[in-house]
Design a protein around this ligand. Structure first.
Ligand code: FES
Length: 80
């Protein structure tokens, strides 16, 4: 889903940027994705996605998610 219409940023691109670059501000998210805020209407939504992705409640399951790797590791440990 497109979250930022000015820069055509999707929620999955924002999650991936959060998991790979660990940005601390919405400005850093734009920077990670090679753009900058234009109108700013998406900032709240980007912040919510950041909080979800970096706060440990992300369930997107993207390939680069460190939380997914941690869960897989824990499941492997439990199975052994
Ligand atoms: S909608 Fe994201 S900067 Fe305008």
């Amino acid at each position: 889903m497109i979250v930022c219409s000015c820069n055509v940023l999707t929620d999955s691109a924002i999650r991936t940027a959060c998991h790979t670059a660990r940005p601390r501000t919405t400005g850093q998210v734009y920077g990670c994705l090679g753009c900058s805020a234009q109108c700013g209407r998406c900032a709240r939504t980007i912040k919510a996605i950041m909080d979800q992705a970096l706060g440990g409640t992300c369930t997107s399951g993207c390939a680069v998610c460190p939380m997914a790797a941690e869960e897989a590791s824990a499941e492997t440990s439990e199975a052994a």
